[in-house]
Design a protein. Structure first.
Length: 605
């Protein structure tokens, strides 16, 4: 445990403190006006500490710190470090990589709309994060119907292209910039309009389009005027569906939270020009024992660290910590004043209460769904215990599968289900080392031996043993898995083989298979576990195969070595993704430059 006497050496300056456990893992990150005073507050009597903090303090082995020039700098650094490290004891917004963004690469010629999971400092405009993917898709559909921008990935640095325009041009969904059919200036004007739409400024956009339509009509260019008229009509339909919630017509975010049994939901209403344009629910983890003020503060910092658009006013249902510092930070991000309001009465208070009620309803739906899921999983586990004749309920199930292509790139997957739910942090993957050729039996023996040998040797990653071991395959795979367990003295672990064709379950020592009822929850569960093991194995196998194919495909390109090959694969996901990328997109990959990007592009074209 950390020696509190060391705190005397800490500076009385603003900064970030990083707490680590005995294995050197970061378990908590915080910011402070005075590092010495803040860190000292953790080492008082446990009776005076919140439950969560009291359970964390004994695990602290070391505390590092980074001094900053101001509290605002400390806040920014804290946000970035939490986002990168995702410590165990920090309140966490669900991993923002799971939330999609809409990206418009405004620095590129004739940009398009892209859906991405990461925000980069590349000069592009990003909108999101969208917790509701359906709402994001709906916004993209509206844009595609109203504004005929391109959707292809073609390199348009030099137009016109020799190839013919695609179908979208003929159905008036694209202006064919690839053919030089639209000037860059006119296309950029359309992109500006799309950005206004995504910012929720539909009324201002309609006003500008109406003025433009009248100008074109005055010039007797009735064709352009008709196009603008149709755009205005489509946007007005969107506007009609939006509810007026504020009379002062400013841009606002309204934030409120609801707390359930084990879950916290924070709902955000996005009000633009007085109209509610979107709402998003967010689920937070690691909130047990945390005060409401702490939860709301953590959300505000993480949410606005991830989002690009910051409104003039943020209305929050109740008080937060560091309000002045957060306002100063947001001012720096936005470039103009940002006001955080905690209303006590009046219209804004009613708005905050409405958002809180929506958060409560959403959380209730989630918890009811989770409760039904838990009951169904418990039924499945009880049925499995009964049908397999187990002494206890199989709370932890591990499943293994082998994947290869004619014996090459042979890999194995290990997936874990606890209480009928995937436990992804316990998933493991293995490259088969001792088996040559397509021999699934020997491969299964190897991976089972390696997994449980590591448990015997005390490897913490493999310490938890399963109540039930599921082998994807029939009698052959089962026999080899059992041989490995016997060799290690672990034959007491109950093992089954699930044959693909008829979903028959084989158990060692029984000639006849166990056939689970077709409509049983037990059958659905073992199928889910087996399918997840198969998915995990084949995904790993494909990634290795893709790397091998990428290496062979890029070997002959001058200036493309191992580091650049890996960077291209990581950026574009596959060889096909690299093939379809433009020169600008290729040059944007880590470690690439214009010359190397041109060499890759020329190789495929």
């Amino acid at each position: 445990m950390f020696n509190p006497e060391k705190i005397a050496e800490f500076p009385e300056k603003p900064g970030v403190y990083i707490m680590k456990d005995k294995r050197g893992r970061i378990i908590y990150i915080g910011k402070a006006v005075s590092l010495k005073n803040r860190v000292r507050s953790y080492f008082q009597s446990p009776k005076n500490l919140p439950v969560k903090v009291a359970s964390m303090v004994p695990k602290i082995e070391n505390i590092e710190y980074i001094v900053t020039d101001s509290e605002v700098e400390a806040l920014i650094l804290e946000c970035n470090l939490i986002k990168f490290n995702r410590p165990k004891y920090n309140i966490l917004l669900r991993d923002d990589k799971q939330y999609p963004y809409i990206k418009i690469a405004t620095s590129q010629p004739f940009p398009r709309l892209e859906v991405v999971r990461r925000v980069k400092k590349d000069g592009a405009r990003y909108f999101g994060p969208y917790a509701d993917v359906g709402a994001m898709r709906e916004a993209i559909d509206v844009i595609n119907k109203v504004f005929p921008i391109r959707s292809c990935k073609k390199d348009l640095s030099q137009v016109p292209l020799k190839e013919r325009p695609c179908l979208n041009y003929y159905i008036k969904r694209c202006l064919a910039p690839c053919q030089g059919s639209v000037e860059q200036e006119e296309y950029d004007e359309m992109i500006k309009n799309i950005i206004m739409f995504l910012e929720g400024k539909q009324e201002t956009l309609i006003k500008q389009l109406r003025e433009k339509m009248e100008e074109e009509a005055a010039k007797l260019d009735f064709e352009k005027a008709a196009i603008l008229r149709d755009q205005i009509s489509a946007l007005q339909k969107v506007l009609e569906e939006q509810k007026i919630v504020s009379t002062d017509m400013t841009d606002q975010d309204i934030i409120a939270m609801a707390r359930g049994i084990d879950t916290v939901c924070i709902q955000v209403f996005f009000v633009r020009e007085g109209k509610l344009v979107e709402r998003e629910p967010f689920i937070l983890s690691n909130t047990k024992g945390a005060e409401r003020k702490e939860v709301l503060t953590a959300f505000v910092k993480q949410f606005y660290n991830n989002t690009n658009f910051i409104p003039k006013e943020i209305i929050i249902e109740e008080e937060i910590e560091d309000k002045t510092t957060i306002q100063e930070w947001l001012y720096g991000k936005k470039g103009s004043k940002v006001y955080i309001s905690i209303p006590k009465r009046g219209e804004k208070k009613k708005l905050a209460e409405m958002v809180a009620e929506n958060a409560r309803i959403y959380l209730e739906q989630i918890e009811n769904k989770d409760e039904r899921e838990k009951l169904k999983n418990m039924q499945a586990l009880e049925e499995l215990q009964k049908y397999l004749g187990l002494k206890d309920i199989p709370h932890r199930i591990e499943a293994f599968d082998i994947s290869n292509t004619q014996g090459t790139e042979s890999v194995a997957s290990m997936v874990v289900f606890e209480e009928g739910q995937p436990k992804k942090e316990d998933y493991r993957k293995f490259k088969i080392k001792t088996v040559e050729g397509p021999n699934d039996f020997e491969s299964m023996r190897e991976v089972i031996f390696r997994r449980f040998k590591r448990a015997i040797l005390g490897d913490e990653k493999f310490n938890n043993l399963p109540d039930l071991l599921l082998i994807d395959g029939g009698k052959g795979q089962l026999r080899y898995a059992r041989e490995a367990l016997r060799e290690l003295g672990l034959e007491s672990i109950f093992t089954i083989g699930l044959a693909k064709e008829f979903e028959h379950i084989f158990v060692e020592g029984k000639e006849e298979p166990i056939v689970l009822p077709e409509d049983s929850e037990a059958l659905y569960l073992v199928q889910r576990v087996r399918d997840e093991a198969h998915r995990f194995a084949i995904t790993f196998h494909r990634s290795l195969r893709s790397k091998r194919n990428l290496k062979s495909a890029l070997d002959d390109i001058p200036g493309i070595g191992k580091a650049r090959r890996l960077a291209l694969l990581k950026t574009f996901g596959s060889l096909e993704g690299i093939r379809q990328a433009s020169v600008e997109e290729l040059a944007g990959a880590p470690g690439m430059n214009k010359k190397a990007a041109q060499a890759v592009y020329d190789h495929f074209h």
